[in-house]
Write a protein that binds this ligand. Structure first.
Ligand SMILES: Cc1ncc(COP(=O)(O)O)c(C=O)c1O
Length: 401
C-alpha cells in the first residue's frame, strides 16, 4: 500500500460527522431515531433565497466566477457588516468561501507557519484545532468552565501567550457551549494581540443566533483595536438555513485576504455561481426570517431546559447563543456501569434510540451536546426518552428515584 502523507497522521476524523453517519445507517435499516446530533438548522432555506438561485440557473449564471467571489456578493457582505456592526470593509478585504469552514481554513493556511502556537478555547468545535494542525502549527488550549458559564476570559487566553504565539482563534457564540465572549474580554485580547503582532481569527458562524440583546459587536471591537491582524469568518449556513449551499466569507486586511484568495484559487476556486446569487438575496433581503428562526430556537431552548431540569443529574445551562444545550452528565457516570460520556451517548443511542453528541467530540468528556435544531415533537419525545434512560442508568449511590 502507498504511504500516506505525514500530515494525515495528525488529523482526526470529525467525530460530529461520525454520529451523523451512525444515525444514517440505523435509519436506512428502518430504525426510528430521535436525532439530537444535528449541527444544522431544521428550517428550510427561505423562499426568496431559493428563488434567486432558480433565477440564476434560468439566466444561465452557471459559469466560473472570479475565484474570490462576485463583486455583487462581496458588496452585499460589506453592506451587511456596515449595517449590522458599523464596520467598513472593501471588496479587496472580502473573500467569498465555501462556508465559514473554508474561510477559517484559508486564513489558517495564510497566516500560521509550522512551529507556531495558536491559542483557542476548549471545549471547541473540532475543525478549529484540526485546521491549526493542517497548517503545521500547534493548538494551545485554554479551558473554559461550566461553573463559569464557559465564559471565554481574556486573562486566561493572554496567560497562554508565549513568544511562539502566532494566532488566537475565538468562536463566539461557541459551538458546543453556546457561550459568548464579552466585548471587554474581546477588547483586552485585541489590544494585547496588536501589541505582539498576533493574528486573531474570529469564527462568527453563529453570530445571528444570540438570544438576548447583550453587547456582542465583535467586528467593531476587533476593527477598532486590531484591524490589521483580524480575520472575521462568517457564514450563511446557520443564519439563513443554507448549510448545503456552502457559502461563507472572510473579512480582513487585504494581504491576508489576497493570500487566502490565492490558496482558494488553486484548490476549490469559486463558490458555486448559483449559491453566490442565492447568498446575495439572503444578505440583501429582509432579515425577518432570521429573527423568526431565532425566536423559534429560543422557545425550544427554554422548553428543553424546563423539561430536562426535571432531573437535576442532567446539569443544564441555557446557552446564550447557537442552538446547542451542553449538558454535564458526569454525575451519571460510574466506575461499574456507563463510565464515559461517549459510552453514555452510545448506550443512549443503542437502547433508547436518541442520538446526542458526546462531549469527547469537543474535548469535553463528561458532557453531552443536544442540538435543538429539531421539531418540538422530537424534543418532547427525545427528552422523555433521555429522562427515562437517566432514571434507569443512574449510578446507585446517587440515584434519586
Ligand atoms: C463553530 C462553527 N464554526 C464554523 C462552522 C462552519 O460551518 P459552515 O462551513 O457551514 O459555514 C460550524 C459548522 O458547524 C461551526 O459549528
Amino acid at each position: 500500500m502507498g504511504r500516506l502523507a505525514e500530515r494525515t497522521k495528525h488529523i482526526a476524523d470529525s467525530p460530529t460527522m461520525a454520529i451523523t453517519a451512525t444515525v444514517d445507517r440505523l435509519r436506512r435499516a428502518g430504525v426510528e431515531i430521535i436525532d439530537f446530533g444535528a449541527g444544522e438548522p431544521d428550517f428550510t432555506t427561505p423562499e426568496p433565497i431559493k428563488a434567486a438561485a432558480r433565477a440564476a440557473i434560468d439566466q444561465n449564471f452557471t459559469k466560473y466566477t472570479p475565484a474570490s467571489g462576485i463583486v455583487e456578493l462581496k458588496r452585499a457582505i460589506c453592506d451587511r457588516y456596515r449595517t449590522d456592526y458599523g464596520v467598513e470593509y472593501t471588496e479587496s478585504e472580502t473573500l467569498v468561501t465555501a462556508g465559514g469552514k473554508q474561510a477559517l481554513f484559508n486564513a489558517a493556511l495564510s497566516v500560521f507557519d509550522p512551529g507556531d502556537e495558536v491559542i483557542t478555547h476548549a471545549p471547541y468545535w473540532p475543525t478549529l484545532t484540526e485546521q491549526i494542525k493542517l497548517a503545521g502549527a500547534k493548538p494551545v488550549l485554554v479551558r473554559t468552565h461550566a461553573d463559569d458559564g464557559f465564559a471565554i476570559r481574556a486573562d486566561a487566553i493572554l496567560a497562554a501567550v508565549t513568544p511562539r504565539t502566532r494566532g488566537i482563534i475565538l468562536n463566539s457564540p461557541c459551538n458546543p457551549t453556546g457561550a459568548l465572549i464579552s466585548e471587554d474580554d474581546a477588547a483586552a485580547i485585541a489590544i494585547e494581540a496588536a501589541r505582539h503582532g498576533i493574528w486573531i481569527l474570529v469564527d462568527l458562524c453563529y453570530e445571528k443566533l444570540i438570544y438576548d440583546a447583550v453587547p456582542h459587536n465583535l467586528p467593531a471591537v476587533f476593527a477598532r483595536h486590531a484591524r490589521d491582524l483580524t480575520v472575521l469568518c462568517g457564514s450563511a449556513s446557520k443564519a439563513y438555513a443554507m448549510t448545503g449551499w456552502r457559502c461563507g466569507w472572510a473579512l480582513g486586511p487585504a494581504p491576508a485576504i489576497a493570500a487566502s484568495a490565492a490558496i482558494q484559487s488553486h484548490s476549490t476556486s469559486n463558490v458555486s455561481s448559483i449559491t453566490q446569487k442565492a447568498a446575495v438575496a439572503a444578505l440583501t433581503g429582509s432579515q425577518a426570517t432570521v429573527r423568526a428562526m431565532l425566536d423559534e430556537y429560543r422557545i425550544r431552548r427554554d422548553t428543553l431546559d424546563q423539561w430536562l431540569s426535571a432531573d437535576p443529574r442532567l446539569r443544564c445551562q441555557k446557552p446564550a447563543g447557537a442552538f446547542y444545550m451542553f449538558i454535564d452528565v458526569s454525575e451519571l457516570l460510574s466506575v461499574d456501569g456507563v463510565r464515559t460520556s461517549a459510552q453514555f451517548s452510545q448506550t443512549l443511542l443503542d437502547e433508547s434510540r436518541v442520538a446526542v453528541t458526546p462531549g469527547e467530540a469537543f474535548d469535553a468528556p463528561g458532557f453531552i451536546r443536544i442540538s435543538y435544531a429539531t421539531s418540538m415533537e422530537n424534543l418532547r419525545e427525545g427528552s422523555n426518552r433521555l429522562l427515562a434512560f437517566v432514571k434507569a442508568h443512574a449510578p446507585r449511590a446517587v440515584a434519586a428515584g
